[in-house]
Design a protein around this ligand. Structure first.
Ligand code: HQG
Length: 197
């Protein structure tokens, strides 16, 4: 039976971000794999899908988690990797402020150590509070940090914009962080269904 789109999206996230080796795949240095090979190895591993179903997941991903190469032959995760690779993104000047959603239980540690990539390759930052709120909700009671991104940039910290609009940086020291007082603009979006893949 073919996999449903949510199950497939979780499978692609797992393989393309974290464990390509689990189905015998190897990512290229920028995270790309052949779509034909992903289909073949995924099917062999018991995850049934074809090219049409794969492209459906790519096109309907609410966070645009996956990118397909211009020639249509390869796919990669836009961000969120734990495997070490170079996405090949050029450093960019960020907007003055970005946001990071997390859970209240991490606040003390973040205020003393700053934001760290933890299991991933980068710290993930959002352009708006509503998105940060949703990211934070995945971990528990959400709280939002405001990040003085442009001031960090002026001091030499590099920022990258992933294919799907998520901003990435290596770390955020505490001096650039403030707890954001208002989550009012995210209250309406918090009722949206949560899809964490
Ligand atoms: C926290 C989702 C204690 C950090 C989202 C976060 C995102 C610290 C957690 C993407 C810390 C890591 C990434 C410190 C950071 N002490 N806790 N010093 N520094 N943390 O899941 O940013 O649905 O690896 O606040 O939309 O939550 O998967 O990162 O709570 O873009 O496509 O450590 O994942 O996208 O958690 O989420 P994560 P994240 P997808």
């Amino acid at each position: 039976m073919p996999a449903d789109p949510v199950q497939l999206s979780k499978f692609f996230s797992f393989v393309l971000r974290h464990r390509p080796d689990s189905i015998g795949l190897a990512l290229d240095p920028q995270g790309w794999v052949s779509i034909d090979e992903l289909i073949e190895k995924g099917n062999t591993a018991g995850m049934w899908f074809n090219r049409k179903e794969l492209l459906h997941v790519v096109e309907t991903s609410n966070k645009k988690r996956f990118s397909v190469s211009h020639d249509g032959l390869r796919i990669r995760a836009a961000q969120g990797h734990s495997v070490s690779l170079k996405l090949g993104l050029s450093p960019q000047e960020p907007p003055p402020e970005l946001y990071h959603g997390t859970a209240t239980r991490f606040v003390g540690s973040i205020l003393s150590e700053g934001l760290k990539p933890q299991g991933r390759q980068h710290v993930h930052l959002s352009l708006d509070k509503a998105t940060a709120h949703r990211v934070g909700q995945r971990h528990g009671k959400p709280v939002i940090f405001r990040v003085e991104a442009l001031r960090m940039h002026a001091k030499g910290f590099k920022f990258f914009l992933a294919d799907n609009g998520v901003w990435l940086t290596d770390q955020v020291p505490p001096e650039f962080l403030t707890l954001s007082s208002s989550t009012a603009d995210s209250a309406t979006t918090s009722r949206q269904p949560k899809l964490s893949t």
